[in-house]
Design a protein around this ligand. Structure first.
Ligand code: C2O
Ligand code: CU
Length: 487
């Protein structure tokens, strides 16, 4: 693909969309007008690329593209021209090869979020940069016992992550179950948000918006607003939901249907657990089983209070995020009707999750996430971990391969942060003084305002340099990130 400069892209987008606006179809479906959010057509699944014979070779071209976002024509950034990008379906033990071609006028790179793979060389190396007009060949070898689940990919070039994700660069990765779970239908629901201006361009974000963590006006599932899909009663559906929003927390509810959680991130529960409501922090995923009952329901996102920046900023913007309607925002509508389907086989027993609570701990660390006014003033807050902004040349933590560490994550600010560690998953052992009763594995944990969480991490299988950060991607870009080396 021929690289198109951002300037050209903006011009092209402007010209392309002018007619749309004149034609009256330029109306932005915004969260402040919930009544104006009709079901947006049938749910579309991103293209799926499956591995064969243990290999999945993929070519991903990242670049400007004209796409439909929530029914509007927009100039976005896309992988292979679509938002979301293709879903990559793998098995444990597979090798995934991605040739990433950068067709943008700015650098980028790729992170396979949640995969337990090497962070070195052309593996899940977020320190590598792919210059405009060049390409880079990544190779990820999944261990034979890689946990099944839902993962995802997105750019990770420091300073540009939020902009590139907000503009459309993300896609899902599925690692299949060792023993299939019978389901009448499966779908991937990639939830994202963005804002598109009157000319069809992705809106820029103010300094204030970055500090708060930007939330878009359009809340999308697979690039659509409130798509609909159908089923028959008595079925078991498999929904894989990823929160690909830059900063928005999703408090999800599905009324009128039985919803069971199979797992979050790479963490599988011993057995599926019935849930009424579910909070997905940015970056995290839920693997859900829905047992269908006749009727119409919608998957809704409710307002989640992630704190405020008031107090840190003088007259700050106060509570974060848009005021969503009390009955939530419909993400997708689900109609169940017709003949009841015959029952499905029981869910096979899941591998019991590993438990590090009895493990010998080689090191205890405190990791403090802070957001506060900087000394120099200029109205900018500083986003730091242990008092420092990210520096790619500095290694903040050195851990010994093969050991288990216990990290106390402390949030000293008045807003929530979503703590993410690459490569090695975290077992939550204590939240705000409460010990966890069952092993709970995550790669993103929410760290509530002024809260603390204790996690344990086994630095198994791989050595190398990687990163941990706040998954409110604006905060990551502003410096709330650190580098870890396992050796
Ligand atoms: Cu999904 Cu380091 O991020
Ligand atoms: Cu944060």
């Amino acid at each position: 693909m021929r690289p198109i400069s951002r300037r050209q892209a903006l011009l092209l987008g402007g010209l392309g969309a002018a007619g749309t606006v004149a034609g009256g179809a330029g109306l932005i479906w915004s969260l402040s007008s919930p009544a104006a959010r009709p079901p947006g057509g049938n749910l579309i699944q991103p293209e799926e690329l499956r591995s064969g014979n243990g290999q999945l070779p993929v070519r991903l071209a990242a670049g400007p593209a004209q796409v439909q976002l929530g029914g509007r024509q927009a100039t976005a950034l896309a992988y292979n021209g679509s938002v979301p990008g293709p879903t990559l379906r793998l098995k444990a033990g597979d090798t995934l090869r991605i040739s990433l071609a950068n067709g943008m006028s700015q650098p980028t790179n790729l992170h396979v979020h949640g995969l337990h793979v090497s962070p070195e060389n052309n593996g899940d190396n977020v320190f590598a940069a792919v210059a405009p007009g060049t390409s880079f060949d990544y190779e990820y070898r999944l261990p034979a016992d890689h946990p099944p689940g839902l993962y995802w990919y997105h750019p990770h070039h420091h300073g540009m992550v939020a902009d590139q994700v907000f503009a459309g660069l993300y896609g899902a990765i599925i690692v299949e179950d060792p023993e299939p779970i019978e389901a009448s239908a499966e779908c991937v629901l990639v939830v994202s948000d963005t804002s598109v201006d009157g000319l069809g361009n992705i809106s820029a974000t103010s300094a204030m918006g970055r500090m708060a963590g930007r939330e878009g006006e359009l809340l999308l599932v697979n690039g659509q607003i409130n798509p609909q899909f159908t089923s028959r009663p008595g079925q078991r559906e498999r929904w894989r939901v990823v929160n690909a929003c830059v900063a928005r927390y999703l408090q999800l509810r599905l009324d009128g249907q039985q919803m069971q959680l199979l797992g979050m991130d790479s963490g599988r529960l011993g057995e599926p657990r019935q849930v009424e409501d579910l909070v997905l922090t940015p970056g995290s995923r839920a693997d859900l089983l829905i047992t269908t009952k006749a009727g119409t329901s919608s998957l809704r996102a409710f307002q989640y209070n992630r704190g405020s920046t008031a107090g840190m900023m003088g007259q700050g913007p106060g509570p974060l995020g848009p005021a969503e309607p009390a009955d939530g925002v419909a993400l997708a509508s689900f109609q169940v009707a017709g003949e009841a389907a015959p029952p499905q086989a029981a869910v096979p027993a899941q591998r019991a999750p590993m438990d590090l609570r009895g493990a010998a701990v080689a090191a205890h660390r405190q990791i403090v996430l802070s957001a506060g006014m900087g000394m120099g003033g200029a109205g900018m807050m500083r986003f730091t971990i242990n008092g420092r902004e990210f520096d790619p040349a500095r290694t903040d933590i050195t851990a010994a391969a093969g050991t288990v560490e216990e990290w106390t994550l402390i949030n000293s600010s008045t807003m929530d942060h979503a703590f993410h560690l690459h490569v090695w998953p975290m077992q939550v052992v204590e939240q705000n003084g409460q010990r966890d009763s069952s092993p709970d594995w995550r790669d993103v944990v929410n760290l509530p305002a002024n809260g603390r969480i204790t996690v344990r991490v086994a630095f198994a299988d791989f050595r190398g340099r990687s990163a941990y950060h706040c998954h409110i991607l604006d905060h990551e870009d502003l410096g709330m990130m650190g580098a870890i080396e396992v050796r």
